[in-house]
Design a protein around this ligand. Sequence first.
Ligand code: GLU
Length: 480
Amino acid sequence: MSVRTRFAPSPTGRLHLGNVRTAVINWLLARRGGGSFILRIEDTDTSRNVRGGEKGILEDLRWLGLDWDEGPDVGGPHAPYRQSERGARYDAAVDALLAAGRAYPCFCVEEELGADAEAGKGGREVHRYPGRCRHLSAAERARRSAEGPAPLIRFAVPEGVDGVEIQDEVFGRISFPMSELDDFVIRRSDGRVTYNFAVVVDDIDMEITHVVRGVGHLSNTPKQALVFDALGRPRPTFAHLPTVLGADGRKLSKREGASSVAELRAEGYPPVAVLNYLSLLGWSHPEEREVLTRDELVAASGLDRIGRSDTQVDPAKLRWISAQHLAREELRELVAHVAPFVDRARFPGAAERLPEVVDALRTRLGTYAEVNDHLPLLFPDSGALARARAEVLASPESRALLEAVRDRLQRSTEWSSGALGTAVREVGTAVGARGPRLFHPLRKALIGSEDGPDLGKILAAIGRAEAVRRLSGIDDAPAV
Ligand code: GLU
């Protein structure tokens, strides 16, 4: 049977890095096995849904390049893929459990609060239902149903067993004692089914083979396993991923918007770098490699190298991985990616010669947006530049060098970094300056600092007219 994984977000805000790491691992697993990745929107808790939540999630996943084979927008053989549209499926499954005696109506309305606590995902249930309505007679049920209001429906947990055993691919075999499980609510009196029930009906209908999600859901797993059993369907493979904590060591929250995919996108991280970084949160490559392409990630992915300990977002590592990916981009691609981030109002000269500008600065970039941090290297403040140039011109030797280079540049036919670097060295040879004695005065006059990018690249980036102007000094600028 081919692998079928799913990502099942609730549309309660933008995806944070922990949520999206779950999506990444599921996507990799599906793609590696030549299987299918399914997107399902768990929107039954209407009070928590936010407007545009689903749209934002789809946008974030698409940006990361996580394509799905079935989902709310693309449909598929198991549609619908939004829980809010699957009510009929849930009711049919509730009816099946009622008919089999694996669920029963509960008239204890005062227990509704407990039902809500139970629906709170991820948390350990504190409230336990004593089973009062479990053994009511058929006549009693009919009488109370007629009286109204509509009952809750509870799952009848098996009796006479000690516990539920779960085999988890990450956490191993775990036994949950029966004393921790009560007859949990599967449908509220208003007709809405609870998470632990809906998720199983969906996973069965959608033929999910691997349920991979955050470890916060581990405590829900015994209930879900029991529902699989009661519906007579094999349990899927379960794998729970370690928690991703924020850089501050605190829990990530969707609401804060901190560490969201949308934020990283706005900060100019390339999607492949984010994908690469997220896949390493709690997982390691068999050869401990850290910079991996999309295909390499797919090929190496698997549940066997996932750790159990919490992991923490590390912005410095993310930036380092991002820088490695930027370094591998073809210049043309990199320019196209950097272009939307350039602050054109602040650096009007940069947009004119962007390929040369990016070529000069590329080794310094950790993100596309960082181009603005480095553009002052090529386009410094004019006052500072004038002061630096005045210092250089104070030395007759340097003045002669600047003039010789300027004259040569005015005649250069090929305006490329390689040809310009050669031209500068030739002038140096002619005037007897090499190494720092050649490069330092030139850089200082051109960009206001002795250190900086390669001289040929600086010249290519700022262009002939500007190079000549900077080498000349404002007062003696020749007409060009
Ligand atoms: N909707 C759940 C969540 O956002 C996911 C449930 C699951 O993966 O089983 O946490």
